[in-house]
Design a protein around this ligand. Structure first.
Ligand SMILES: [Zn+2]
Length: 412
């Protein structure tokens, strides 16, 4: 065994693995804007779930990724190589396509719920200035550990690395030691859609990042990032974060109600909340099982992801054209084709309002339809960006007013 287990994982890992809900609660407490946006995002997701609103996108979406490595160069044991980073991207590309070999372990009662989320990830080949990049930044840092509370790995001012524009890139930070608000070691955390752009993305501790190198069993198969990006795409923990009460929900209807998080690598079935005979879907990526014990998203979760991609994260429907143009260094197909509409799509047609002009049968090549759809999405995204900027201006005004009130408390 390598001498890298300074974090006392066996003791720590059964406490809290993921800091996402802590960040969520903090943002809810401090930001009315976040509360309001979360309500809109959840409402939209529920409309997709009950299928009163259909899915517009079809085919494969490629999300450009930038990995910010924030480590102490004086400690060679912390080094995360380019190969380890690519191994993480490869895992994501299997897991979000249901192309992971261990999906064969899904119990037969649930095999028809397994989802291909039709998303792939590629290290960005253009940086925000349009220059070529390998999609990796490396920031030397002597900060001993980073925390969910401060979000300090996400800013150069606090020893971390600044994000790239979060509407064009998925920012993924990797650091050596990550803690929650009361100092417990965690594996990673994400910011749900709807939060501040300056802290948007996912953070993964290096001991559970990718395969090989610094990754340590039982979190050495890259599933922490799969779980955290699930959050980043608006998925909740499968047990509903209700501390075992059976009253909470992940707001997805094809995942069984489940009391609490599942740890380690249990045998099927595990019953809770009267969910027998099949019990908890503990092999879902949004549980807390070991990397080797989680291997599926459901179709309901995929619909929730689509609601997010066509709502709060709609910018990614066009971002690949910006961030992945040029000589890509990632794996997968050539980056030239617009991502949302590859020819190989097998999804059902959109149930959203149809484009204004009907497409003549047999007369329009697939590429023309794709171009029209892409143009429509670009216009929609531009409109969303304008709305967002206006909202931010209003929000700044409210913040300024609140600050001036708090400096002059009533009765003072
Ligand atoms: Zn989580």
């Amino acid at each position: 065994m390598p001498e890298t287990n300074q974090l006392n994982l066996p003791e720590q890992r059964s406490r809290e693995l993921c800091g996402t809900m802590e960040v969520h609660r903090r943002l809810l407490n401090v930001s009315v804007t976040y509360q309001e946006r979360r309500a809109l995002i959840d409402n939209r997701a529920l409309a997709y779930e009950d299928q009163s609103r259909g899915i517009a996108r079809n085919g494969l979406l490629t999300i450009p990724v930038v990995v910010h490595v924030v480590l102490n160069p004086a400690d060679p044991a912390q080094n995360v190589s380019d190969a380890q980073i690519q191994s993480q991207i490869d895992v994501l590309n299997e897991d979000f396509r249901a192309d992971n070999p261990d999906v064969a372990g899904v119990p037969p009662v649930w095999t028809d719920r397994v989802a291909d989320c039709n998303i792939e990830f590629r290290l960005a080949s253009q940086d925000p200035n349009g220059s070529p990049t390998d999609g990796i930044t490396r920031t030397p840092s002597t900060v001993p550990f980073f925390t969910t509370e401060l979000d300090d790995v996400k800013s150069s001012a606090t020893g971390g690395a600044d994000p790239w524009p979060s509407d064009d890139y998925l920012n993924m930070w990797v650091c050596n030691d990550l803690r929650d608000g009361i100092g417990r070691v965690i594996l990673g955390y994400a910011q749900f859609p709807g939060g501040p752009p300056t802290t948007d993305g996912v953070v993964i501790a290096s001991f559970c990042f990718g395969k090989g190198g610094t990754a340590q069993a039982p979190f050495d198969l890259g599933r922490t990032a799969t779980h955290e990006i699930g959050h980043w795409l608006d998925l909740r923990h499968i047990w509903g974060d209700d501390r075992g009460s059976c009253s909470g929900s992940d707001m997805v209807d094809d995942t069984p109600n489940q009391a609490d998080a599942t740890f380690n690598s249990p045998a099927f079935p595990q019953i809770s909340c009267n969910n027998g005979p099949d019990g908890n879907m503990f092999m879902n990526y949004m549980d807390y099982t070991d990397d080797a014990a989680m291997f599926m998203f459901t179709k309901g979760q995929s619909r929730r992801i689509d609601a997010c991609l066509e709502g709060e994260r709609a910018s990614f429907l066009t971002a690949p054209a910006f961030a992945l143009t040029g000589a890509g260094t990632g794996t997968g197909p050539a980056p030239a084709a617009p991502a949302p509409h590859p020819a190989a799509s097998t999804q059902t047609p959109a149930a959203m309002p149809a484009p204004a002009a009907p497409v003549p049968a047999l007369a329009a090549p697939a590429q023309t339809q794709a171009d029209g759809e892409l143009l429509r999405l670009r216009q929609e995204v531009d409109q969303l960006r304008q709305d967002y900027r206006r909202t931010m201006v209003i929000l700044e005004g409210i913040r300024a007013a609140l600050n001036s009130d708090s400096l002059n408390p009533a009765g003072g």
